[in-house]
Design a protein around this ligand. Structure first.
Ligand SMILES: [Zn+2]
Ligand SMILES: [Zn+2]
Length: 170
């Protein structure tokens, strides 16, 4: 799953659908057929005339655009997009910061790492700021290294090697 598929903050339902449709290179007609809704209805959604989707439309669109229907639900209900929707989920043990994450970790139903079983996180374990890009190895807010951060939260605390706090007294 690709993070571009998550709704952007403040993005309207119509703009979101249109953006995803563009990414999939589908015409309005193709999407309407794939979602099992009328072309006319889809047009109204994209133009922002329809802002509430019924269950069937939501399911159809989610399937056609291969996104979780929760995304559409969140947009329609005007609920704030959960941080989990816009941030990157990763396993602090298996992920190599600076590289892309395993797609399965991004699945909103994934709670634990499929490799090691460790609980997935989507934020810096030190300052709790959301991780929104996997291009950084260190948290841009506090400088914490994203990987092997289990020492901070794990039950068996392992001494941190990087702590070279040899205070030289002068
Ligand atoms: Zn893991
Ligand atoms: Zn941080």
């Amino acid at each position: 799953m690709n993070t571009l598929k998550t709704p952007m903050p403040e993005e309207a339902l119509g703009d979101y659908i249109k953006r995803l449709r563009g990414e999939l290179k589908m015409s309005q007609n193709q999407l309407a057929i794939a979602a099992g809704i009328h072309l006319h209805s889809l047009g109204k959604i994209e133009r922002g005339i329809t802002t509430r989707l019924n269950h069937k439309t939501r399911r159809g669109l989610a399937k056609a655009l291969s996104i979780p229907s929760e995304y559409l639900e969140a947009i329609c209900s005007g609920a704030e997009i959960q941080p989990a929707f816009t941030s990157i989920k990763f396993c602090p043990q298996c992920w190599t910061p600076g590289t892309s994450t395993e797609p399965i970790w991004q699945d909103i139903r994934s709670l634990h790492c499929f490799i090691c079983g460790f609980e997935l996180v989507d934020h810096c374990l030190k300052c709790s700021k959301s991780v929104t890009t996997f291009q950084h190895c260190y948290c841009p807010y506090c400088g914490f290294y994203y990987k092997n951060t289990t020492v901070e939260i794990g039950t068996n605390s392992i001494p941190i090697k990087r702590q070279n706090s040899q205070t030289k007294k002068k």
